[in-house]
Design a protein around this ligand. Structure first.
Ligand code: T4K
Length: 376
């Protein structure tokens, strides 16, 4: 009855947004003429300024990637001891803490947003806690007001991992303006990218100055190195791609919104398949389309659906399975116990991210949904 053939070419979870190749060649020729390839060149300075405007933040610093940016954010704030964070995230979030000699303390997540549950943070605070590191998972904003109140009450810093949240706003306010520092990733798999790249955003100018120094070895002048820094600079080629993509990322988000709407429409009445909708007052960016698969009602587990789709050349992803707290390097931490993370442990077995990017056609989305609906 439903004779669906596999896609002739692999359909990946994402495909990078690419600038016009002739525009890239023009940018390259400008860079070639200037001979300035990196170290805070013209392109990087221009992109930093344009991005701060686009993201409506007071101060912004560019980095070679999001992970380095996050590691330096902790250094900028002088964090020590323990940091309360979510286990439901990409490995980089937790690794960035540990690479800075900070101990991750895992807090459970909310059932409806997959973000850190602020109601469970206070019980995890000890005299060693210096900060909270929430993640706006899949671009969904955390409960920033609650988190800020807890942080102020206990004298903690807040660093947001906003890797997925490019362009998200809450009642007109940039997601990057909450907390002490936010980190954005500009990796090729993100809505907006610089091939590899990242940024930190700040309200306090002094924090930006410190971050700028730390990304350039702590060098203040030719003859004065103030502190141990690293090499976290964005080069001119990355920045050039970023300048070009900033001009078209708005259209990418619009198209992703349409595709998300189509997925929601086609999958809305399938028993055992659920997903969340838009939030009131939030400008979303649609980075991932994530479904939750309840085997009892759908008749197939998340893993079985993942394998079924693969047979059709569709490469969905189990983001973020396994939980960071399940990694061999973290599973023995006291906060990594299953009892501490009941919601995260359950959610991570059921989530599946379906292909979503601006080049996906409606026909492709319809076919993906048909395969899911008929479990063919
Ligand atoms: N915090 C959070 C919450 C994050 O999600 C991330 C990164 C970070 C921090 C760290 O930021 P960065 O240091 O990366 O800036 C990808 C990305 O590598 C990673 O940046 C991202 N999160 C994570 C969620 O996804 P993988 O291992 O899933 O990527 P990969 O290579 O399997 O790519 C996925 C699909 O995308 C491929 O099947 C095909 C397609 N693709 C990928 C690349 C790289 C392309 O078509 N072209 C490409 O160039 O990690």
């Amino acid at each position: 009855m439903h004779n669906i053939k596999p896609f002739p070419q692999p359909v990946y979870i994402t495909q990078p947004l690419l600038p016009d190749i002739d525009d890239v060649k023009n940018m390259l020729s400008t860079i070639w003429q200037s001979k300035q390839l990196t170290n805070n060149g013209r392109m990087a300075i221009q992109l930093e300024k344009e991005l701060a405007g686009f993201l409506k933040v007071n101060h912004l610093s560019l980095f070679s990637n999001g992970t380095v940016a996050l590691q330096l954010a902790f250094r900028v704030l002088g964090l020590t001891g323990e940091v309360i964070t979510t286990p439901f995230t990409f490995a980089a979030t937790t690794h960035a803490l540990v690479l800075n000699n900070l101990e991750p303390v895992f807090c459970d997540i909310e059932e409806d947003t997959f973000n850190i549950n602020p109601d469970k943070i206070e019980a995890l605070i000890t005299p060693e806690t210096t900060a909270i590191l929430p993640v706006h998972v899949f671009g969904t904003p955390c409960k920033m007001d609650k988190i800020q109140r807890i942080a102020e009450k206990h004298g903690l810093k807040v660093v947001y991992d906003a890797a997925h949240a490019f362009g998200v706003e809450v009642t007109g306010r940039s997601i990057g303006s909450f907390g002490d520092i936010s980190m954005f990733s500009f990796h090729a798999t993100k809505i907006y990218h610089t091939i590899e790249g990242g940024a930190l955003t700040f309200n306090d100018r002094h924090l930006k100055e410190r971050a700028d120094s730390l990304r350039n070895f702590g060098i203040k002048s030719e003859e004065f190195v103030a502190e141990p820094g690293t090499n976290g600079k964005m080069n001119e080629l990355q920045a050039a791609v970023g300048i070009l993509l900033l001009q078209i990322v708005g259209d990418e988000i619009k198209r992703r919104k349409e595709i998300t709407g189509l997925y929601r429409e086609l999958l809305k009445e399938i028993p055992g398949i659920s997903f969340y909708g838009d939030m009131d007052g939030v400008t979303h960016n649609y980075p991932y389309f994530v479904i939750r698969v309840n085997k009892d009602y759908f008749g197939m587990s998340r893993n079985e659906l993942y394998t079924l789709l693969k047979g059709y050349n569709i490469f969905s992803r189990k983001y973020f399975y396994p939980l960071c707290s399940q990694f061999p390097c973290y599973k023995n931490l006291p906060s990594a116990s299953k009892d501490n993370l009941p919601i995260a442990e359950n959610v991570v077995e059921e989530v599946l991210s379906l292909p979503l990017h601006g080049r996906l056609t409606n026909e492709e989305v319809e076919k993906i949904c048909e395969i899911i609906i008929y479990k063919m």
